[in-house]
Write a protein that binds this ligand. Sequence first.
Ligand code: NAD
Length: 290
Amino acid sequence: MKIGFIGLGNMGSHMARNLAAAGHDVTGYDMSPVRVPGVPLANTAADAAEGAEVVITMLPNGEILRQVSEQIQPAMKAGACHLDCSTVDVDSARAVAESASDRGLLAMDAPVSGGTGGADAGTLTFMAGGPEEAFALVSPLFEIMGQKAVHCGGAGNGQAAKICNNMILGVTMIATCEAFALADQLGLDRQAMFDVVSTSSGYSWSMNAYCPAPGVGPKSPADNDYTPGFAAALMLKDLRLSQLAAQSSGAETPMGSAAEALYSRFVEEEGGGDKDFSAMLPRFSRLNGA
Ligand code: NAD
């Protein structure tokens, strides 16, 4: 398949490399100088998009996605698919899909989970929103870049699934961290706390798979001085997207709102942005005077 790939950063570079390694004809573009094995670069985003059957974007945010879409969509051939894998706001995803449809193009939003490790290994999970025809066209590409793709419905529903998932993640991580810090104050051993909660009704992915306490549970960023993993700044970005979506759709999300406020303080006032998002635990310990 002839593919254009715009946005060859931490995630996109791996995804484009895996597509090229699987035999696809991939042309890339990034506004910064980059080199990706097997992926020749075009001079502009429009050049990378021209003649491609699928154009993939992997960009920082919705505003940039909207700008880049205005560059690439007019250059795309009729019936081609704009596959956006960035994490952006639902409204931008739907606007970009609508402009694609007006131009006789297919569009699909398909944000990912799995991080740079998953992008490198080709084991991402894709949450896809858009027409069945687009899902069928890009499914073979999902199989190369990932291990699972869920078709969540129409345009924007991939982004909706991603931000709902990450809102739960942010809230459960905070709850797990504050509970560990409370346990410390009460003189409860962290290992005992893990052994109980990980097999009781307080268990979650945050506790069982990504335990925020160093030396307890499976290996996690906590065991590497909270080097991300998934940076607190990225969690804040996703929580903001969930609160934006809650506002624009009229949904009540008090826990998501509290999580956003807490990560905002941690990232923007306390210098925690480049720490893993599980570094909420040492933050609570510090505040508790432990
Ligand atoms: P990144 O900043 O490393 O990459 C983004 C790339 O886009 C950069 O190389 C940048 O130069 C390029 N870019 C920016 N503006 C551009 C423009 N106008 N034209 C062309 N290129 C442009 O970010 P990333 O970590 O690769 O993340 C990309 C997306 O994936 C984000 O939406 C992020 O939220 C999401 N995501 C990231 C992770 C992760 O662990 N890094 C995990 C899941 C989802």
